[in-house]
Write a protein that binds this ligand. Structure first.
Ligand code: CTP
Length: 467
């Protein structure tokens, strides 16, 4: 990578370099932007390290570029603006340390070296000088380039120090490993296990944000397994941690639900980038430990795990500060994840298929994507057979849908009309009559059309009005 060529080709870096000379301070591009340039990944956020007053530097630069909206975070000594769709962040060099029981860093001015060594990972310690006498020169104090080449996450200092400074970095280590498909150095695993409890001083939102970034990575199992084997999962997501382990009784053992789950999440990630569908894959068997039972003559059973799993979600969403508008979707996918397999038999009725379509509604395709990902057999014949089962169910669904156009199902006779025909004011009874019409359609007693629904209403209305 020719940094000189790259940074001289963009005018803003020349302006920054000139401003540094004017203000007699040093300025460097640091961190993720340099890392991603080497990895040839696009990044729209650039971090600048100023040896001196970072906020003052940003203010002077904003004036020069005629930028009106500069955000300044005095407590953190940082400033930020957006320019031509790039985010530019400025920070004065500092020694940073977290107080033992506090979330807020203590910030003190420091040298270039002190700042760089207090950063999280060697791959993020890379800096490119924008100073006139060394413009475009890469400064690689901790062998970060080598670690990029060798695909390994290491800390510049002893990881105990690095993680003590900011425990969120435990999550970040696993997140970068998962995003970049890198290994983490063994010392990180040991320090992560030792300091996992320190994550409790970090806000839940930031932990969840990292967790969801792991789930959004190409192969989330990398990060999930790091969390699990370092026991950090016990702290950040205990319900997932307790999926692990295998129990044997007589000749029966069940599969390790955590490892199965990892595979389901990896499988689904090949078919969707939607982090919430991936999350559904992560939690679809979440209640297996709680429902596990050994039945003589049968083996291990997990009856009702889909219902209990759905019910566990509200508490988990609240604790993890996850967006509550996704709760119902996740509950639904967990609750229904065994339904399609029950519809495979040839003698399943149209009405059973209809009920399924109506219940799954707009999430039908996501549910089937989850079911397909849930096939983790190593035997290719079995995989082919199970996939074919779902194809058959979906063919039945299409058949019935075409018959009934059921996807956006609702009684063809609407509430207003029921009220005027039955002479009712808005009340529970109107809903009951409407449901009865819908039931009759689902059961196949009448067709899904206005005329039949209307006639049916006339037929049943007295029964409802007389009770
Ligand atoms: N950093 C750190 N410790 C943290 C967060 C950030 O040392 N807990 C440093 C790293 O040098 C990092 C830089 O600050 O490169 C910028 O942080 P951030 O924007 O969060 O990360 P990036 O490395 O830019 O990567 P990404 O944007 O992909 O998260």
């Amino acid at each position: 990578m020719d940094f000189n060529k790259y940074f001289s080709s963009k005018k803003i870096y020349t302006i920054i370099s000139e401003l540094a000379a004017e203000l007699e301070c040093e300025v460097y591009v640091v961190g993720g932007f340099v890392r991603d340039l080497i990895l040839e990944k696009d990044k729209k956020e650039v971090d600048f390290l100023i040896v001196g007053d970072g906020i003052n530097f940003a203010q002077k630069l904003a004036d020069k570029l005629n930028i009106k909206t500069l955000s300044v975070y005095k407590n953190f000594g940082t400033a930020h603006f957006n320019y031509n769709n790039f985010d530019y962040e400025f920070v004065g060099a500092r020694k940073e340390s977290y107080k033992k029981e506090s979330r807020n860093p203590e910030v003190e001015a420091g040298s270039f070296q002190e700042d760089i060594e207090r950063r999280d990972f060697t791959i993020n310690t890379l800096a490119v000088s924008l100073n006139a006498n060394s413009f475009g020169k890469l400064i690689d104090t901790f062998d970060g380039v080598n670690d990029i080449i060798n695909k390994v996450i290491k800390t510049p200092l002893d990881p105990i120090i690095t993680f003590n400074d900011d425990p969120l970095r435990i999550m970040r280590a696993f997140r970068f490993a998962s995003q970049l498909e890198f290994e983490v150095d063994n010392s990180i695993l040991l320090a992560a296990e030792q300091l996992a409890e320190r994550l409790k001083i970090i806000s839940q939102e930031r932990i969840t944000d990292e967790f969801l970034k792991i789930l959004s990575s190409p192969r989330p199992s990398i990060g999930l397994k790091l969390l699990y084997y370092s026991k950090v999962m016990d702290v950040v997501f205990p319900e997932v941690a307790s999926l692990g382990g295998v129990e044997q009784r007589q000749d029966h053992h069940h599969k390790d639900v955590f490892l199965h789950t990892c595979q389901v999440v990896d499988n689904i990630s090949q078919n969707t980038d939607d982090v919430w569908l991936r999350f559904a894959a992560l939690v679809h068997d979440i209640a297996k430990p709680a429902t596990k039972k050994f039945v003589e003559g049968t083996g291990w059973t997990f009856h009702g795990h889909e219902e209990l799993g759905a019910r566990m979600m509200k508490h988990i969403f609240n604790r993890m500060r996850m967006p509550l508008n996704k709760l119902e979707y996740i509950e639904k996918l967990i609750r229904l994840h065994l339904r399609p397999i029950a519809l495979v038999d040839d003698d399943v009725t149209d009405s059973a298929i209809r009920r399924f379509v109506v219940t799954a509604d707009e999430d039908l395709n996501d549910l089937i994507t989850l079911c397909r990902a849930d096939i983790t057999s190593k035997n290719p014949n079995k995989v082919a057979k199970y996939l074919d089962n779902y194809n058959r169910v979906m063919n039945r669904v299409i058949e019935v849908q075409e018959k009934d156009k059921l996807r956006a199902f609702q009684s063809p006779v609407k509430g207003d009309e029921i009220m005027s025909i039955c002479n009712l004011t808005p009340s529970k009874k109107v809903g009951e009559i409407k449901s009865a019409i819908e039931e009759a359609i689902l059961e196949g007693e009448i067709g899904n059309n206005y005329e039949e629904a209307y006639q049916y209403l006339l037929k049943i209305k007295d029964k409802f009005l007389n009770t």
